[in-house]
Design a protein around this ligand. Structure first.
Ligand code: DBV
Length: 243
């Protein structure tokens, strides 16, 4: 089973069609990594693949896809805008573990003022509302992560795999399309004060995610410390390396 492959198979052609896409370099050793976990009958191949692109308005569009059998499927898909745009991040964390499914989808904001919400959250709220009944709030959520999410944050723990394949997949498509609509409308920022605020907000977000990556433990177990830390800082959340 590869639960999230259809999500990638949807996203990559869509961004190819809608953006002036170019490849984004993936450091050697990170395009494809595998290991075998467990012993005897529990032996399981775990494959992690990476995908990355950029466009004139988007600094990095990247996906990390972990495939390790029925009880381990992850697609973490994040879009980091160029630092001269005040666009939110597109953040999708689609996680299937032995304990169940955990889904996070959002346009993660740089700022929290009313004007920013009107521009970047309000257009998403109708989509969010459309899925609220079928994909209700998932409960327990780290307090310190709250500043990084918008009012349209879809956080849910579907009981059925079928709900992931149908409703979550539809929500992912709607959120990604709506994000690309925001990108279409975005104009570059030139005010130096505003540019400094954008850079600070991007660094806060990316440094938080690199520091608190919930996948760190999993990657450490599979691939060791050196690979994991370089993957996190040199690919998944790499802004500091490119300033
Ligand atoms: N999460 C990532 C990356 C992943 C990834 C790069 C490549 O940011 C996977 C893989 N997320 C992943 C895994 C788990 C989670 C959980 C494997 C399960 C961890 C475990 O239970 O062992 C949203 N993701 C989570 C959780 C949240 C998120 C809230 C629950 C774990 C927890 O309580 O911390 N997405 C995540 C998050 C931000 C975000 C915290 C913050 C800005 O954008």
């Amino acid at each position: 089973m590869t639960l999230y492959q259809p999500f990638l198979d949807y996203a990559i052609p869509l961004i190819t069609e809608r953006l002036d896409l170019a490849p984004y370099p993936i450091p050697a050793g990170f395009e494809h990594k595998e290991c075998i976990t467990g012993k005897g009958k529990k032996e399981q191949l775990v494959v992690t693949t990476s995908h990355a692109f950029k466009s004139s308005k988007l600094r990095q569009i990247r996906a990390a896809h972990v495939q390790g059998g029925d009880a381990l499927q992850v697609l973490n898909f994040v879009i980091f805008p160029q630092i001269n745009y005040d666009l939110p991040f597109f953040g999708a964390d689609l996680v299937t573990l032995p304990g169940g499914h955990l889904i996070a989808l959002d346009m993660q904001p740089l700022f929290h003022d009313v004007a920013y919400q009107q521009q970047y959250s309000d257009p998403i709220l109708p989509i969010f509302n459309k899925y609220q009944t079928d994909l209700p709030w998932g409960g327990d959520f780290p307090e310190e992560a709250k500043p990084f999410f918008s009012p349209a944050f879809l956080w849910t723990r579907p009981k059925e795999t079928e709900a992931v394949q149908t409703t979550v997949f539809a929500a992912f498509q709607d959120y990604l399309q709506a994000y690309l609509d925001l990108v279409d409308r975005a104009e570059p920022v030139t005010d130096s004060q505003r540019l400094a605020e954008i850079l600070q907000a991007q660094r806060n977000y990316i440094n938080y995610r690199a520091a608190k990556d919930p996948a760190r433990g999993m990657f450490l177990r599979f691939y060791g410390e050196e690979w994991t830390e370089e993957y996190i800082h040199g690919f998944l959340f790499d802004l500091e390396r490119h300033l």
